[in-house]
Design a protein around this ligand. Structure first.
Ligand SMILES: [Mg+2]
Length: 316
């Protein structure tokens, strides 16, 4: 039996401007790129945890990769031994296994614009670029009026999503939920309450999306919208089985991957026919590091024309 082998690279990506979320400021991100070779097939994948999301850390993933010493079946066995561990590593291995399809993916997806600060001027810029949906980050400090100001300049056929990253208390979450339910141009409030907060039962699923609380199949049961980060969702086959049974909308979202992770995430998102806007407006935010190879904008696409062996070599 050919046991397969792998190598990996750790890259640090520095944001041009630190990214501010309700749970803290992020200046740089480490990512691990994985290259597998199994029965003559080459695969690529990426381990891209997101700080504050409950997955393995980059150091924990790195430790597992070091211990398996380049032996792919040892690595797969370690990861398979505990179903609840290493979701990012599982995602990366899923990408490697499907790479023959992923590398040929050149399809297109609608993309929501991401505003990391609420600004009427920045929103107008995004509408002008052709985005039809914008995602704004909100926190307990955000006033309804700030969002109303953005709505006031939003074209009638465009939508806003508000992501609280679990930063609200129940009273504030209720206020934002009521606001969303009366404003037809608000798609939903994303992760208003912390993970495991009992208040979700009383908020209900109408215009309430889960991100951190869902994370992967086996997370919270929810009939409302669910945000899925392919980099964090664990085994992609298991995810697709779950997806086939889930009636609510799924919004796919980037975890600020390099081109390897992005190509796989776009491919996974495109496995279901949907015109929904996904969350891939994450390009152009890092210092030049030769890790991005896709184009940004209101419509994003996979790239079937890239020479991944060359890209790997350049990053090595
Ligand atoms: Mg989110």
């Amino acid at each position: 039996m050919n046991s397969g082998k792998y190598e990996f690279l750790r890259v640090r990506r520095r944001f041009r401007q630190p990214l501010v979320t309700a749970s803290g400021t992020i200046e740089s991100l480490d990512r691990i790129l994985l290259r597998t070779e199994n029965n003559g097939e080459i695969g690529y994948g990426e381990i891209s945890p997101w700080p504050t999301f409950p997955t393995e850390t980059i150091d924990e993933a790195s430790e597992v990769l070091r211990s398996a010493q380049g032996n792919l079946s040892h690595l797969s066995a370690t990861v398979a031994a505990d179903k609840n561990s290493f979701p990012c590593l599982r995602s990366a291995l899923s990408s490697c296994a499907a790479w023959n399809e992923i590398k040929n993916f050149g399809g297109k997806l609608n993309c929501a614009g991401l505003l990391t600060t609420i600004s009427v001027g920045l929103a107008q810029e995004k509408w002008r670029e052709g985005f039809k949906t914008l995602k704004l980050k909100i926190s307990s400090q955000t006033a309804l009026a700030e969002v109303k100001n953005v709505l006031a300049v939003s074209p009638a056929d465009c939508f806003l999503r508000l992501d609280a990253n679990g930063s609200l208390d129940l009273a504030a979450a209720r206020t934002w939920a009521e606001f969303a339910r009366t404003e037809k141009q608000i798609d939903f409030i994303e992760q208003p309450l912390p993970v495991d907060h009992a208040g979700y039962a009383s908020l209900g699923p109408n215009k309430i999306a889960l991100d951190e609380s869902f994370l992967a199949p086996g997370g919270m049961q929810w009939s409302g919208p669910v945000v899925v980060k392919p980099a964090l969702v664990g085994d992609w086959q298991e995810f697709r089985q779950w997806r086939a049974t889930h009636a609510g909308p799924v919004i796919y979202s980037s975890a600020f991957e390099t081109a390897i992770g992005r190509q796989g995430a776009l491919w996974l998102a495109a496995q279901e026919p949907s015109t929904i806007a996904h969350g891939f407006d994450t390009l152009g935010r890092f210092e030049n590091d030769a890790c991005d190879h896709h184009s940004a904008g209101p419509v994003v696409a996979g790239r079937s024309d890239l020479d991944w062996a060359k890209i790997w070599k350049e990053l090595s």
